[in-house]
Design a protein around this ligand. Structure first.
Ligand SMILES: C[S@@+](CC[C@H](N)C(=O)[O-])C[C@H]1O[C@@H](n2cnc3c(N)ncnc32)[C@H](O)[C@@H]1O
Length: 507
């Protein structure tokens, strides 16, 4: 693309995006941002990008061009039952608790804000249907209504169609597909009407003031899911959005964010809780705000964070097929005495990490979120991602990597970390992409080249693996044998030299 945008116009556009879409564009993403603006301008039919920008600025909020910018700025990555533990907690703890408080005739109201192509609200619908099908509370059966909104109209179109490709299911068991979907000739899956009919889709820009409102159904809600959306927002926009969510919820209502999105500091008007490993936030009433609600850590009977992939699989299986739990007390809370030294958080967390105390790090997440400083947050986020990975919660680990990358876009180490997690999940195509990004950012990052070589070798791509190993050998040539290779968990230069030599790497 030969066109370009002047620096001052690009900065104007950046401010506009932050104001109208809520997204903060960091300095390091400017080049990528420029490309996206150019693509949006072309899509909106403008020959000259300056005219597109002028029309956006003149048009204020109700401009159709906002939709075009949203198409090119937003990332719609999503899949069914993403972060399965949240759905387990929704089913076992939150829904029974909410249903218990329902008065006769009251509906269950849930909002999926930033729903992308619909996998999230439909997963919520399937979970709610499982619980409600057998629910016979004092007040009789309860109906569920799920509102799902997004700013991206193309995603909403896919969501309304209810037709999905295999990729949307990733790691979920086959029986969920069999129960709720019909397979089509072109090997796509069509969601059955019984689930589709539970969800209403609408366009809504979270950066605007259109909520809470009776008119669009965003008032008096029991539960809000807003996951993997706030990660793109500026801190001011996150605070604004959380304040508005607070107003949208009924007293005692619940907010689900992605594991990596609990803001720091955590807002006083929500009570951050760790329920069986899923971090959820419960609305605190204004009257109770005078005294800051204590942060509570709830422990499950088994440790999800410490669970193996097999246990994680069981928790997904349990979502749909198991009989619904009756209201379970969420009073079994245990206040943890955490010995965190907030003065020097990264150093303390590194110490815990080196001692293998990954669960301690994760259990302290609410406190960490409250006290994390911007200056030390990349290291801290990296430790949290690695702790989740070491404990087998790979989805949460990926979420934290994405948050890291959003904040520190040009650091090769975070792409490498993400690649290792993808590999652990068995998704080697994604691992290859992340490794390529990593070495693109830092050609001298030895460990990324080494792992890339190994991946190529496992795929039988001898030429490619040979090139990687030779590059590693060259990078190590001048280095002392006893040096530790960065991010290698203690491998020395000498050890790595002999490994790559045995694998055919020539220097
Ligand atoms: C990564 S997807 C998350 C989808 C789903 N919630 C999940 O966790 O799997 C982020 C979604 O947020 C939407 N989004 C971004 N900015 C938004 C805004 N200002 N208002 C509404 N939706 C927005 C994007 O269009 C995208 O579909």
């Amino acid at each position: 693309m030969s066109k370009s945008i002047s620096e001052s116009l690009l900065n104007t556009m950046r401010e506009w995006v932050e104001l109208h879409l809520g997204h903060r564009i960091s300095q390091s993403r400017l080049e990528d941002f420029e490309k996206r603006v150019l693509l949006a301008a072309a899509e909106a039919g403008f020959e000259n990008p300056s005219d597109f920008i002028a029309s956006l600025i003149r048009g204020g909020e109700n401009n159709e061009a906002i939709g075009y910018m949203a198409l090119y700025l937003t990332i719609g990555e999503t899949y069914f039952f993403r972060d399965a533990m949240s759905y387990s907690v929704l089913k076992a703890n939150i829904l029974p608790e909410v249903l218990n408080r329902k008065k006769p005739g009251e509906r269950l109201s849930i909002w999926s804000a930033g729903c992308s192509s619909g996998e999230e609200p439909y997963s919520i619908a399937m979970t709610a249907m499982t619980v409600l099908s057998d629910y016979r509370g004092e007040n009789g059966p309860v109906e569920a209504r799920i509102l799902a909104t997004d700013i991206n109209k193309q995603s909403l179109k896919v969501a309304r169609s209810g037709i999905y490709r295999r990729w949307s299911f990733r790691d979920i068991p086959a029986f969920i597909k069999e129960k709720y979907f019909t397979i089509r000739e072109d090997e796509t899956y069509a969601l059955k009407d019984e689930v589709k009919s539970k969800v209403d889709f609408a366009m809504l820009n979270l950066a605007e003031d259109g909520y809470p409102s009776l008119l669009n159904g965003t008032d008096n809600l029991d539960i809000i899911f807003c996951r993997n959306v706030l990660i793109y927002f500026s801190p001011e926009q996150v605070t604004n959005t959380l304040l508005k969510f607070h107003k949208c919820l009924r007293p005692g209502g619940w907010l689900f964010l992605a594991p990596s999105e609990i803001p720091h500091p955590a807002p006083k008007f929500f009570h951050v809780q760790n329920l069986n490993g899923a971090i959820v936030m419960q609305k605190v009433e204004e009257a109770d705000l005078k005294e800051k609600a204590p942060i509570k850590i709830v422990h499950s009977n088994y440790s999800y964070f410490g669970s193996s992939r097999e246990e994680m699989r069981l928790s997904i299986d349990n979502l749909i097929e198991a009989p619904p739990s009756m209201p379970q007390s969420i009073e079994t809370e245990l206040e943890l005495e955490l010995e965190l030294d907030f003065e020097n958080l990264p150093a303390k967390l590194t110490e815990y990490y080196d001692q293998g105390r990954y669960s301690t790090i994760i259990d302290a997440l609410p406190q960490i979120s409250t006290s994390m400083e911007d200056s030390d947050s990349s290291e801290t986020l990296g430790l949290i991602a690695r702790s989740f990975a070491n404990l087998g919660n790979l989805e949460a680990a990926i979420d934290w990597c994405d948050r890291l990358i959003a904040q520190d876009t040009i650091n090769a180490r975070w792409y490498y970390l993400k690649a290792t997690i993808h590999h652990e999940m068995g998704d080697d195509d994604a691992a290859l992409r992340s490794l390529t990004q990593s070495i693109f950012l830092d050609e001298s990052y030895v460990i990324a080249y080494f792992v890339l070589g190994n991946l190529h070798r496992q795929r039988g791509e001898k030429d490619k693996s040979g090139k990687c190993f030779s590059h590693v050998a060259r990078l190590l040539q001048e280095r002392t044998g006893t040096d530790i290779v960065q991010d290698s968990d203690g491998l020395t230069v000498g050890q790595l030299k002999s490994i790559v030599t045995s694998l055919g790497g020539e220097s």
